[in-house]
Write a protein that binds this ligand. Structure first.
Ligand code: GRF
Length: 215
């Protein structure tokens, strides 16, 4: 059983989608070891508390990035975390943090990376006038919204879309994409090649994800 450490700052809907996938046996071989927020009383951490999961709040205010990250790292190790899942965690990780979990920190971003990185992906998509957007689950490296792409799902950008309508369409895809990406990583059947996460030659077809999730 691999142990997930979920880091969030806000709403927590991706965390809840992952928790639901585990609970309903659609994501196998994973358990949530700790949910950690840098924001006390964020909806995500409150939901985790209500679900009876182990939680921690490590506030960042007034502390250096390194100081804060050291405490987060210590908490993750304390709970024997194998994979770190950033789920709306609104902080840039220090190089020290990234080095501590090589190819074991995942993030989800609401665009088809490498297009539209940064804080305002939906706005930037609408301004650019492209016809397609989506979400990307990727490993975290020292650049923002960079790192090997594990999985992407696309959605159309429709006439009349606002940031809100586009965000809602993308979010629905995020909730399926994140559990599936975690399953890929846990399966041990993929490897990073030229910025993408591809199946190893000869890997068999069984996965950590149920057929329903793979649709
Ligand atoms: C998502 O859109 C995700 O792509 C981005 O932050 C948002 C988090 O939403 N990184 P939630 O807190 O999981 O609901």
């Amino acid at each position: 059983m691999k142990r997930l450490g979920i880091l969030l700052s806000g709403r927590g809907s991706n965390f809840m989608a992952i928790a639901e996938a585990i609970k309903s046996h659609r994501l196998l071989g994973a358990q949530i070891a700790i949910v950690l927020s840098n924001v006390a009383n964020s909806p995500g951490i409150v939901a985790a508390q209500k679900m009876g999961l182990k939680t921690a709040v490590v506030e960042s205010r007034g502390r250096s990035r390194d100081e804060h990250d050291m405490e987060v790292i210590a908490r993750l190790h304390q709970h024997k975390v194998d994979l770190v899942i950033l789920a709306g965690y609104m902080r840039i990780l220090s190089p020290r943090f990234i080095g501590e979990f090589p190819e074991r920190i995942l993030n989800i971003h609401p665009s088809l990376l490498p297009d539209f990185p940064g804080m305002h992906a939906h706005r930037d998509v609408l301004v650019a006038g492209v016809k397609e957007s989506g979400c990307t689950v990727h490993f975290v490296n020292e650049q923002v919204d960079d790192g090997t792409i594990i999985l992407q799902r696309s959605v159309p950008v429709l006439p009349g879309d606002t940031e809100e309508t586009l965000a809602a369409r993308v979010l629905e895809q995020e909730h399926g994409a994140y559990p599936e990406a975690i399953a890929r990583v846990l399966s041990g059947k993929y490897e990073s090649r030229d910025g993408y996460y591809v199946r190893r030659a000869g890997a068999d077809d069984s996965t950590h994800v149920s057929r329903e999730l793979r649709k």
